[in-house]
Ligand binder design. Structure first.
Ligand code: FAD
Length: 145
């Protein structure tokens, strides 16, 4: 490849390099060459389908795309489809598995209770913080309520 008169050479086809190259090509309407030492695009965000199971996985560790910016999301969706991955963290304590971060299910599993979301709306946590109730009082009241 002759790069003699090339104005833009992007090294690395990860998120950064890919976006820069696309912007140069689209906004400036200029030729741009992207090179990468890896055999694929996407840098550390690269994912592929496992041939045996058909499950998509991230080669360099799980990547979750976060944004609250509608413009960014719209931009990304022009180039890829996002799957409906749901993130769940679990932890093990004394040979039992619990959900993290701590939520109602964690409390139920840990204390052997069956609290429902509606019960917690009583805002007893605020009372506990203010010293108006103990955690034991909270749990027994909630369990019976
Ligand atoms: C395990 C892990 C989990 C992560 N999870 C998340 C997540 O959930 N959400 C999130 O937003 N971010 C996550 N990140 C961060 C995310 O990977 C980076 O922010 C993002 O990949 C950075 O993009 P980049 O283009 O700057 O670099 P990279 O993705 O690292 O891409 C750089 C590219 O440049 C190439 N390159 C480097 N040097 C040369 C060279 N000399 N010649 C040719 N090519 C070269 C590399 O091969 C690579 O393809 C995670 C990172 C890791 C490691």
């Amino acid at each position: 490849m002759d790069l003699t008169n090339l104005k833009y050479l992007v090294v690395g086809s990860g998120f950064f390099g890919s976006v820069i190259a696309e912007r140069i090509a689209q906004d400036k309407n200029e030729p741009v060459v992207v090179i990468d030492k890896r055999s694929h695009l996407g840098g550390n965000c690269f994912s592929q389908i496992d041939e045996e199971t058909g499950i998509e996985f991230h080669k360099y560790g799980t990547h979750i795309f976060h944004t609250s910016n509608e413009r960014v999301l719209k931009y990304i969706k022009r180039f890829t489809a996002l799957n409906s991955y749901r993130h769940q963290v679990l932890t093990v304590y004394r040979d039992r598995v619990y959900q993290m971060p701590i939520n109602l299910e964690t409390i139920n599993s840990f204390y052997g209770l069956n609290l429902r979301p509606s019960v917690l709306i009583t805002c007893r946590w605020a009372a506990i913080s203010a010293g108006a109730a103990t955690s034991t009082g909270y749990f027994s009241a909630a369990a019976s309520g």
